[in-house]
Design a protein around this ligand. Structure first.
Ligand SMILES: [Zn+2]
Length: 356
């Protein structure tokens, strides 16, 4: 595809977003363009010719199979109108801290909390692009407990709802922070930490850690390993808590976001999705256009397999899973016909008895 242009391929502002996506049809057409920018290609046989049926589906000229624009994407069979989906995506991508399920439910008139929660869960599940680049250059790596207030013991049982989380952050010279990655760890052993590093940091990078023995052996995995000792820092009169300033900055931002936007109500089973959401937004914080972040999100969503409701809740252990959204939860479409200036109409009604 030609280079993406603001105002042509993605909206520049909330005003433009509203002007572009006034109807569910507009949204469907945008998804069709995202999926098949060069025209329809049959997902079954790869044939490039087909025609549109009366119900909007497309029929392949090669194998006669029929498909819809949303089939095989996370928008498939969710019964949520696309105007609602698009607005949720816009808020998710453009709000500095994203949006909570409760705010989404209220602002889009979604009938049930579960429906709003499941929409955000589906969006979170598409954020990790297969084959995405690993971090490079100089990378600080550490692990921390996320999800509670009290400090936890390393590698031991997490008290309360705390989950041991690996954090890797690119450090830019002379100062500054690049991209980050976060993932839940089983424990603080090298059997957990080594795969975290190899999965998120490109070999050849300089990896900076503290002196914890779980990081022993990184040099043998193709990294330049720099270890910073707390004791040495203390001896130099430095703050040992500032040994790895970039990871500590990112960890505190992530914890603040979970406590703020989500009021800390994230259970262990869903923490990985929230960590991916945090990293998705953090890594695009310098993007010139929020509209481009919206485009990237829809591109991931349109290219992702459907996510079933039971897949969203399947790994939840601690609490009873929320009931699947019932029909009551169907949000109304956000298609908006002209409202005909109700403030003037009200004035007219008030005047009528007098003007007659
Ligand atoms: Zn075909």
């Amino acid at each position: 595809m030609e280079q993406l242009r603001a105002g042509v391929h993605y909206p520049r502002s909330t005003g433009e977003f509203q002007a572009w996506f006034r109807t569910d049809e507009d949204c469907l057409d945008y998804l069709e363009w995202l999926r098949w920018p060069g025209g329809f290609t049959c997902p079954r046989c790869g044939d490039g010719t087909g025609w549109r049926l009366g119900d909007g589906r497309l029929e392949c000229a090669g194998c006669s199979s029929r498909t819809s624009v949303t089939a095989g994407t996370i928008f498939d069979r969710t019964r949520t109108p696309l105007t609602v989906w698009f607005t949720a995506c816009w808020l998710f991508a453009t709000q500095k801290d994203g949006i909570s399920a409760l705010s989404l439910q209220r602002s889009l008139e979604i009938g049930s909390y579960q429906t709003a929660w499941a929409m955000l869960g589906r969006l979170r599940s598409v954020l990790v692009r297969p084959g995405r680049d690993r971090l490079a250059g100089t990378v600080e790596v550490d692990e921390t407990y996320i999800g509670g207030d009290e400090p936890g013991l390393r590698g031991g049982r997490a008290p309360g709802k705390k989950v041991l989380t690996g954090i890797a952050v690119e450090v830019r010279e002379p100062k500054g922070i690049g991209r980050c990655r976060m993932a839940v760890l089983a424990d603080g052993s090298s059997a957990s930490l080594h795969p975290f590093v190899t999965g998120h940091v490109r070999p050849g990078a300089t990896v900076i850690t503290d002196a914890w023995m779980g990081y022993h052996g990184l040099a043998g995995l193709g990294y330049v390993h720099q270890r910073r000792s707390q004791r040495a820092a203390r001896a130099r009169g430095e703050d040992p808590g500032e040994l790895l300033p970039a990871v500590h900055r990112v960890a505190s931002l992530a914890k603040r976001w979970l406590l703020g936007t989500h009021q800390g109500s994230v259970d262990e089973a869903h923490l990985p999705g929230y960590l991916n959401e945090f990293a998705f937004r953090f890594n695009r914080r310098r993007s010139a256009s929020r509209g481009l972040v919206f485009y990237r999100l829809l591109e991931l969503a349109a290219g992702h397999d459907p996510v079933r409701y039971r897949d969203l809740i399947v790994r939840q252990r601690s609490k009873a899973p929320p009931a699947p959204p019932g029909t009551r939860g169907h949000p109304p479409s956000l298609e908006r016909p002209g409202a005909n200036r109700p403030w003037r109409a009200a004035e007219m009604q008030l005047r009528l008895p007098y003007s007659g």
